[in-house]
Design a protein around this ligand. Sequence first.
Ligand SMILES: O=C(CO)COP(=O)(O)O
Length: 254
Amino acid sequence: MRKQIAAANWKMNLTLDKAEALLDGILSENINPTENGQVVVAVPFPYLIMVNEKVAKRKGYAVAAQNCGNKKSGAYTGEVSVEMLSSIGVEYCIVGHSERREYYGEIDEILQQKLVLCLDENITPIFCCGEALDVREKGKQNDFVKTQMEKALFDFSASELKKIVIAYEPIWAIGTGKTATSEQAQQMHAFIRSVLAGKWGEDVAQDVTILYGGSVKASNAEELFHSPDVDGGLVGGASLNAAEFIQIIKALKH
Ligand SMILES: O=C(CO)COP(=O)(O)O
């Protein structure tokens, strides 16, 4: 079975004391994900080392950055390089979250540069894609997501592509409480996998983990994750509550 991932995205929330308390809460219940299961906690930069120290001891847990610089190193004030992330033990990095695309002007070319740097440093990128409400209302969501994939992913070889995790996050479902139905999620995930198969072949497509993100909660995680092409979730709001997130981890397919 492909890797099944429950990923928390804390976004720009929590002070250090609260972040530590939340992590301790998540780790307090000794859930060891199965062989194919992985828990990833994507935290603000200042907390990466603290979180990594705690999760490194736990099998099946890893820390992620929420973003990275698109240049290797140098005079880029305020940026954090992939090499720095790697040097402190970060294993995953979110790339191309819709909030980065929308509020920080991250265009496809920048995202592609970040993906290349992550792969160079053996950091697994979690590449986000997904359409806004107006696109879905016009029924154009497949074309939209395919174009996002073509622009950011299509230059990679099959072996590189297999190292990337994809997160489908429809913008209309992020932070809105309006979750995609499990049918909508499954349809899009199957479509994404068919795009991967068309470009790199069915075997490669079957190996890629595709997460769903957008108002995942303890109450809907099991139904969403049960869909054959949904390999877990990228969770915002509900990951700020330890009890909720623990239930979401438990909902991963075994
Ligand atoms: O953007 C998300 C995760 O990256 C989803 O956020 P919510 O779970 O708060 O909708």
